[in-house]
Write a protein that binds this ligand. Structure first.
Ligand SMILES: [Zn+2]
Length: 366
């Protein structure tokens, strides 16, 4: 099988599994909501403890269990089996289990914190909870973007400063030309988990740093690493982080506003005892999920446009433009990218223009 066919099959399988997972989640939410199970779970939790914040925690634990257990086989096929079948993974089975457990612990803790906060605001400020919650969520997202490189990433990955001083000096010079301040260039040990390569400019303020996967450093020469970083800096030069925050803020407020409207409108008919009855959680999640599905193509159109801007900056910023093209070729090869996915798939699902388009763009610019 040639590379293009393998890439096509790999991505098609991934999409089918993604849609299947989405359908299972949707079915579970609808079942919990309409079968009366959610109300029964709430009644059970309240029977155990009367304090609302504690009974909510019990409800969330049971809800999480019902949600996670049916998803385990799918998560295994998606996260482990397929990656190994296509020779993309370096992860051992125990390594995979460890990562899953860590992900559930971190994700579960953050989700529980968020839900406790939402229902606390509902109990206190029934009329304005959605404004307060949306504002608090935004503040929390920004805080998370700041602390993620030092608190969250190290839970899953190892990092160390890049030792090649020639390379770091070149990269830091590039960041100075882009007029941004970066606190360090780090090697991101991705090879324990995957053969894929990645690079990013992460963090906010004092945690801002360049991270380059060891898989990338191994296969890319200095010119190509520079091209990859120049793209990341293009996002900075065009203020994409700020733009992203504005878009995220609008979506968060819209989401909470719609959630409030739907909970008020359908709550009583579905047997929920008022807004702060957390048995309505499935409906709350359905509203959020529905909104993100509707907005997905629009968000991706916007994202591809920003990626194109970052590419344009990168091509201007580096002395050796053909390095941009070879870096794209290598990324496509290492990550088994579909160089030109079907147009409608690219339109709906892809946050980046296809590799073929990005290379054609660079060639035109040259
Ligand atoms: Zn980008």
């Amino acid at each position: 099988m040639d590379e293009a066919t393998r890439a096509k099959r790999y991505h098609r399988t991934g999409r089918i599994l993604g849609v299947a997972g989405f359908v299972v989640d949707l079915a579970l939410l609808l079942f919990l909501m309409f079968s009366g199970w959610s109300v029964a779970l709430r009644a059970f939790a309240e029977h155990l403890v009367s304090r609302p914040s504690l009974s909510l925690l019990i409800y969330l634990a049971l809800f999480g269990l019902i949600f996670e257990v049916p998803g385990i086989p799918l998560a295994y096929v998606k996260g482990y089996w397929i990656e190994h079948r296509y020779g993309l993974s370096n992860l051992t089975f125990t390594g995979w289990i460890k990562d899953e457990l860590k992900g559930m612990a971190v994700g579960g803790a953050l989700a529980a914190l968020g839900m406790e906060f939402i229902y606390w605001t509902m109990r206190r400020w029934a009329a304005h909870w959605w404004i307060i919650s949306a504002a608090a969520f935004m503040a929390f997202f920004i805080l998370l973007a700041n602390v993620a490189p030092v608190l969250l990433f190290p839970i899953f990955f190892k990092f160390k400063p890049v030792e090649d001083s020639n390379l770091t000096e070149r990269l830091l010079e590039l960041t100075r030309r882009a007029k941004t301040r970066v606190r360090g260039v780090f090697e991101w040990k991705l090879s324990e988990k995957t053969k894929k390569a990645n690079a990013a400019l992460v963090g906010l303020g004092n945690t801002r740093r360049i991270i380059l996967s060891d898989t990338l450093l191994e296969k890319f020469d200095a010119d190509e690493v520079e091209a990859v970083l120049a793209h990341e800096l293009g996002h900075h030069v065009h203020h994409h982080v700020f733009r992203g925050m504005v878009v995220q803020t609008l979506m968060t407020f819209l989401g909470f506003y719609l959630a409030n409207a739907c909970l008020l409108h359908w709550g009583a008919a579905l047997g929920f005892q008022g807004l702060a009855d957390y048995a309505n959680l499935p409906l709350l999640i359905l509203v959020g999920t529905g909104l993100s599905v509707i907005l997905l193509p629009g968000v991706n159109v916007h994202s591809r446009w920003l990626e194109r801007q970052a590419d344009a900056y990168a091509i201007e910023a580096i002395p050796n433009r053909s390095a941009f093209i070879t870096s794209m070729e290598k990324l496509a090869e290492l990550n088994l990218a579909e160089r030109q996915p079907p147009a409608w798939i690219e339109f709906i699902f892809h946050s980046h223009p296809s590799i073929k388009k990005r290379i054609a763009f660079a060639e035109r610019a040259r």
